[in-house]
Design a protein around this ligand. Structure first.
Ligand SMILES: CSC[C@H]1O[C@H](OP(=O)(O)O)[C@H](O)[C@@H]1O
Ligand SMILES: Nc1ncnc2[nH]cnc12
Length: 296
């Protein structure tokens, strides 16, 4: 594991609902990577596109067997970091809480409200306490490039949007859906949290291209969401999602300039050095390699 990031882009892609089959990569190789945080969702597939390295991971595993609350978000981010990924993009399905964000359209999400309750949401804890800034949870540079790529791929993209992450697996009640609207949320999903938090702790810039698949259930005249509706939209748009990744590969500058997020842990630790638990630090050999170096 290199302590400093490569000056070449290496994009980690987390594919959500409808994208378990992966993205088109040249010289694709499937690799099972293990993590001290447990089982990731599956093996990663690494390869190249237009000279850029991409590593893909299906969030819900092969055949979509892992529900949102049981995804091991820590292991997924850890293995991507272990593979040398420099930045992470998520391709996710969401419900819309706004009339003007219609099914089939994309949203370059830039904020989150986290309503998840039962997920391991930090790499740190007893023995090593750390607090990273999450004011701007999405990397603006990556998100802008991702949104531009989605447009070039033929997608209609909204710049910015607030994603409310619910625990699921059930969809929301109408009262909840309207409450989230009143809070200023624009789209709703079940997976971006704690994924975005963990990417930040792992010093990985994170961006999410959310694909609107339904209007959730806030519209009086409409029935609630059904998975079949979600999948119908997803299948119709999976080609655009894949073309977006190809367009991104074609548009990345040759060299990757460092991002401030590459040093997100710089001022995060509060536990006194002599009080830090070596066993906890040992597990962070990938996530916090830059800070603690390689562990034996
Ligand atoms: C299949 S509908 C609900 C499911 O879809 C979204 O998953 P992902 O973000 O991985 O595309 C949503 O968050 C739910 O997990
Ligand atoms: N309405 C919705 N609520 C939560 N997650 C979703 N994923 C796709 N549509 C959704």
């Amino acid at each position: 594991m290199r302590a400093e990031k490569s000056s070449f882009w290496h994009i980690g892609v987390i594919g959500g609902s409808g994208l378990a089959a992966g993205i088109d990569l040249e010289d694709a190789q499937e690799i099972a990577v293990s993590s001290p945080f447990g089982e990731p969702s599956g093996p990663v597939v690494t390869g190249r596109l237009g000279g850029v390295r991409f590593t893909f991971l299906a969030r819900h595993g092969a055949g979509h067997c892992i529900p949102p609350a049981q995804v091991n978000y820590r292991a997924n981010i850890d293995v991507l970091k272990r593979c040398g990924v420099t930045d992470v993009i998520s391709l996710s399905a969401v419900g819309s809480l706004r009339e003007d964000m219609a099914p089939g359209q994309f949203v370059a999400v830039d904020q989150f409200i986290d309503r998840t309750t039962a997920r391991a949401n930090s790499f740190f804890g007893p023995g090593l306490v750390a607090h990273v800034s999450l004011a701007d949870p999405v990397c603006a540079r990556l998100s802008t490039m991702l949104a531009g790529s989605a447009r070039r791929a033929g997608g209609e993209v909204h710049n910015g949007g607030c994603y409310v992450a619910i625990e699921g697996p059930q969809f929301s009640t109408r009262a909840e859906s309207r409450m989230y609207q009143s809070w200023g949320a624009d789209v709703i999903g079940m997976t971006a949290m704690p994924e975005a938090r963990l990417a930040r702790e792992a010093e990985l810039p994170y961006a999410i291209l959310a694909m609107v698949t339904d209007y959730d259930c806030w519209r009086e005249e409409e029935a609630g969401v059904e998975v079949t509706d979600v999948l119908a939209v997803l299948h119709a748009n999976a080609r655009t999602a894949r073309a977006t990744v190809a367009a991104l590969a074609g548009s990345l500058p040759q060299m990757r300039e460092p991002s401030p997020i590459d040093k997100a842990l710089e001022h995060a630790f509060i536990t006194a050095p002599e009080a830090r638990d070596p066993a906890v630090i040992a597990r962070l050999d990938a996530v916090a390699c830059r800070v603690f170096g390689e562990q034996d």
